[in-house]
Structures are given as structure tokens and as C-alpha cells.
Write a protein that binds this ligand. Structure first.
Ligand code: NAI
Ligand code: CS2
Length: 489
């Protein structure tokens, strides 16, 4: 049985792949909410690179609000884990030392707010998934009816939501010393910093207006765009890592070679030199995040639903079908790209060509099922924003409507072979009831979900007609035949 990765076995590893500093000597300037695969393969990697070239103040204490596993695995490894990078033809690995521990907040609900309140903490970052923001997707306002928010408003000292936790920590910080802080969202949400600020202030106004005023004056909420395809770790990932390291790493994560991080220059208490790892520090993130959400994420979701329904487990398998590749290439070029503003230093044609290669990377299988989850939270900033802009401009919407219809077909919870789909979505039960009917009834029912579609999209007869036609085709002929028909015309 190979030994476990730890501070004791670390010196046995090749110098090139292990931290160039003593992880035990780090001070923790960062607290991260949502220590899942993406944070460990993206922000923590950038921080590791920054630490390798300087300051020791930016160790990370991670927190998981819903999954205990990461903390348990990392504690057994002194916080150490590796990132396996898989390109089509190249593989590399790096051991990360900057995540000092990961706590599971239900074990001690008061610990995370206390860490946020600590003067040593100067950045709080988040990757808690789109649903972790407890917002109404259509308006992006705080959902006061959400059970986690309702709980936290009753018991703000023992929060369960990310927003409630941030409030509790910032409230403690104001009372303890009042030092400024930066709260940085790294989730796939448009205007993620501005949206998070609005959510935290809405919560604070409802509990303690003095803390709300303090937050306005002392807390920065930068927008960010984050990008790296990081599938959930599998047993084959761990096996490959074991062979490469020569020791067991049960907390390993993996990702593609491509990574990008665009961060608004809006920090109240300093930050690591993330530029060392290639991060771009800019005044305005919007063009970058809109490009990424509307070109990468929207076509990723489209492939996930149509691929899953077509019988493909992974995105790269769907991309091997010429009609699927043609569909997403045409959707990006003809319907998504026309809604975008120019992006500084980025050629959109090159970016789209890169995306098709990234999706086709068979060395990093990304499950359609994983991408398909939480569509009611993801699609508003991915697909609905494109449909809304194209309807307003009188541009084509046919391919985007097929992507949305594929989601409606998927959330029925029955696949094309009549087998059940365990749909993961905060409103899965509501959707399943609506999505088992004839196309026009499904479209009318689903479009009536105001928290997702708002008021204006459901008014569009053109959208309704396109959705009914696409859903009818999917129901009659299946995904593969429908994609072939839509891709070629
Ligand atoms: P993951 O499943 O590995 O981790 C999710 C983390 O969020 C866990 O720590 C979990 O405890 C926490 N969480 C889940 N639901 C929550 C809730 N309701 N409230 C508070 N915390 C909650 O997922 P992963 O891969 O780390 O992705 C997380 C987010 O990172 C994504 O939703 C997306 O916004 C962003 N992202 C992910 C990329 C990827 O390829 N995996 C790439 C770009 C962005
Ligand atoms: C994917 C994203 O799971 C999903 O919804 O679309 O995680 C995607 O892999 C990343 O945003 C790529 O940066």
C-alpha cells in the first residue's frame, strides 16, 4: 500500500513538483468558501505560483458548507494535494501546499465567521456553485424565501448559507477591529462581485443596518471571470496521480492545460501576486465574463443536455459526432458572438476555435451529467441572456431555442430510452411535474417560472414557437436526429 502524501513524504517527491517553501510556515491571509475541485485546481494554483515567488502571508483556509469529504481527505494529508493537468497529448502534476486546512462548517458553525472576522484574514473568496448564492436567477436579488436564508435571518450567529456566513463574519469583524477586507466571488455568475455585494447588503440591512453601512465603507467585492475545465475527480484520476507521485493522494484534482483568471482591480487589503501565474488584473471584467459565459458555458450546457439525451456520457464524445460539433460551432458564431462587446486583447474567432478543441479533449472526460446539474440556476446567465438580446435585436434564436428545449426535455426526468434521469436542480420536483406533457403545454408551464424566466421572455411568441417546434422534434425523433436536422439548416 503506497504511503499517503503528507509533510513527512513530501521531501521524497521531485523538487520540480512540490512547493518551493515550507507550507507549515504560511500565515493564512485567505479564507475560501466552497473548497471543491475548481478552487483547488484554479485559484489555489495561482496562489501557489504567487507564493513560490514571494510573500508567505497568503496561505488559504478552506471551508466546505455542504460536503465534508475535502476537509477529511486534506486533514489526513497535512493540507497537501496535487493538481493533475491533462492535455490531449501531455500530462503534468504539481503538489499544492497553500491550502492549510479545509473545515466542514456544520461541524462548528461559528468557526468560519470567526475566521472571516480575524485580522489575519484579508481576502474571503467563494466557489459555492450558482445555487450557493441563494438568489432569484431572473432578478439576481436575494431570495428571502430560500430556507437557508430564512434560517439564517432567525439565527444569524449560526449561519448555513454562504450569504449568511459572510454577514456573520463581517459583523464580527466590524465589532472586533473594523479592518477592511475583500470578498471575491469566483463563481460562474455575471457581475459576480456586484451581485454578491448586493446579496450581502440585502441580508445585512435586514439584520443590522450599522454593519450594512460598515460593509459599504470597508469591504471590496471585485468582479472576476474564472476559466478552467475541472471535472470531478474519479478513481482513474487518483490511480494516475498515484503512479506519477509514488504516494497516495486522495484529495487530488485534475484539469485541462488552459486556465484564465480576469480580476477587477478592486482590493481593500492587498492580494497575492496572481499575475505571476498569468492572472489579468483589469478595471472592467464584464467583456471577459460575458464572452466566457455566452460562448463557453452556454455551448457547454447545450452539449450537456443534447449529448446526455443522445446517449453520450462525456462532452468529448458528443463532440465526436459531426452534427454536434457543427451545432455548437454555428451557435457560437451565429447566435452567441453577435451579442458580445469587443473583448480587450481577445480575438473572438480564435477563442471559439479554442473552445471547440477544449471541449474535444478526450484526455479530460467531463461528464454531461455534471454540467447538466442546476440548469435553472445556470441557464439565465448562459442561454437566456443570449435569447433575450437576439429577440430584442431581431436576430436568429433557433439554435439557442433548441438548447433551452433540450433542457426542458432533460428535466422531465425520463431519457430517450424511457429510463429515469436523476435530475439535480433546486427546483427538480417542480420541473419534472411540468415537463411531462405535450410540447406546447410544457413550454407554457416552464416559461411561467418567473424566478427563472422573469416577465419579458415568456411574452415572446417567437420564442414560444421555436421552443415548441424544437421540443416536438426532440420528443418525436430524439436528440441525435434533431441535432442533425438543426445543425445542417
Ligand atoms: P464541487 O462540487 O467540487 O464543489 C462545490 C463546493 O460548493 C463544495 O465545497 C460545496 O460544499 C459547496 N456548495 C455546494 N452547494 C452549496 C450551497 N448551496 N451553499 C454553499 N456551498 C455550497 O464543484 P466545483 O467543480 O468546485 O465548482 C464549483 C463552482 O466553481 C461552479 O459551480 C462554478 O461556479 C465554478 N467553476 C467551476 C468550474 C469547473 O470546471 N468545475 C470552472 C469554472 C468555474
Ligand atoms: C460547466 C463549467 O459545469 C458546468 O456548468 O459549464 O463548470 C465549465 O466547465 C467551466 O466554467 C469552464 O471554465
Amino acid at each position: 500500500m503506497p504511503e499517503l502524501l503528507s509533510l513527512r513524504t513530501l521531501p521524497k517527491l521531485a523538487p520540480a513538483i512540490r512547493p518551493g517553501y515550507d507550507p507549515a510556515a504560511l500565515r493564512s491571509g485567505i479564507v475560501h468558501l466552497g473548497s471543491g475541485a475548481f478552487h483547488r485546481a484554479h485559484q489555489a494554483l495561482y496562489t501557489e505560483i504567487a507564493l513560490a515567488s514571494g510573500s508567505r502571508d497568503w496561505g488559504i483556509i478552506g471551508a466546505s458548507l455542504r460536503q465534508a469529504s475535502a476537509g477529511t481527505l486534506l486533514r489526513a494529508q497535512d493540507g497537501l494535494y496535487s493538481v493533475l493537468t491533462k492535455g490531449e497529448s501531455d500530462t503534468s502534476i504539481r503538489v499544492i501546499g497553500c491550502v492549510r486546512e479545509v473545515i466542514y462548517t456544520p461541524d462548528d458553525p461559528r468557526r468560519l465567521p470567526a475566521l472571516i472576522g480575524s485580522a489575519e484574514t484579508r481576502i474571503v473568496s467563494l466557489t459555492v456553485t450558482e445555487k450557493g448564492y441563494t438568489l432569484e436567477p431572473a432578478t439576481r436579488a436575494l431570495d428571502f424565501s430560500h430556507p437557508d436564508i430564512a434560517h439564517d435571518l432567525r439565527a444569524p450567529e449560526a449561519p448555513t448559507s454562504a450569504v449568511g456566513t459572510l454577514f456573520a463574519g463581517l459583523h464580527a469583524r466590524r465589532l472586533a477591529h473594523g479592518q477592511p477586507l475583500t470578498v471575491m466571488s469566483c463563481d460562474n455568475l455575471q457581475h459576480n462581485g456586484k451581485v454578491l455585494r448586493r446579496l450581502v447588503l440585502a441580508f445585512a440591512e435586514a439584520v443590522d443596518k450599522v454593519t450594512a453601512q460598515w460593509i459599504v465603507a470597508n469591504v471590496c467585492f471585485p468582479d472576476t471571470m474564472v476559466d478552467r475545465i475541472v471535472p470531478a475527480t474519479t478513481t482513474s484520476t487518483l490511480q494516475e496521480v498515484r503512479e506519477l507521485l509514488g504516494v497516495e493522494d486522495r484529495a487530488a484534482v485534475w484539469g485541462e492545460p488552459f486556465r484564465q483568471w480576469v480580476i477587477q482591480d478592486n482590493f481593500g487589503a492587498g492580494r497575492p501576486m496572481w499575475e505571476a501565474g498569468g492572472a489579468q488584473i483589469v478595471a472592467d471584467v464584464q467583456p471577459f465574463e460575458e464572452m466566457k459565459l455566452r460562448l463557453l458555458n452556454s455551448s457547454n450546457s447545450m452539449l450537456a443536455y443534447l449529448g446526455y439525451l443522445g446517449g453520450d456520457e462525456y462532452i468529448y464524445q458528443a463532440m465526436r459526432a459531426p452534427s454536434y460539433a457543427t451545432l455548437v460551432r454555428r451557435f457560437m458564431k451565429e447566435e452567441a458572438a453577435p451579442t458580445l462587446s469587443p473583448v480587450p486583447g481577445q480575438d473572438l474567432d480564435t477563442y471559439q476555435a479554442q473552445l471547440l478543441e477544449r471541449f474535444a479533449n478526450s484526455s479530460l472526460p467531463h461528464r454531461c451529467y455534471q454540467i447538466a446539474m442546476d440548469g435553472s440556476q445556470k441557464l439565465p446567465q448562459r442561454l437566456l441572456s443570449i435569447l433575450r438580446d437576439n429577440l430584442a435585436a431581431g436576430r436568429p434564436i433557433r439554435l439557442g431555442a433548441l438548447g433551452l428545449a433540450a433542457w426542458m426535455r432533460y428535466v422531465s426526468g425520463i431519457d430517450e430510452q424511457g429510463k429515469p434521469i436523476l435530475v439535480q436542480d433546486p427546483i427538480a420536483g417542480q420541473l419534472e411535474k411540468m415537463a411531462r406533457s405535450d410540447p406546447s403545454d410544457i413550454v407554457d408551464r416552464v416559461l411561467s417560472i418567473r424566478s427563472m424566466f422573469g416577465d419579458n421572455l415568456p411574452q415572446s411568441q417567437r420564442l414560444r414557437n421555436e421552443l415548441i417546434a424544437a421540443l416536438d422534434h426532440l420528443q418525436r425523433y430524439g436528440s441525435r436526429t434533431t441535432v442533425a436536422a438543426y445543425a445542417e439548416r
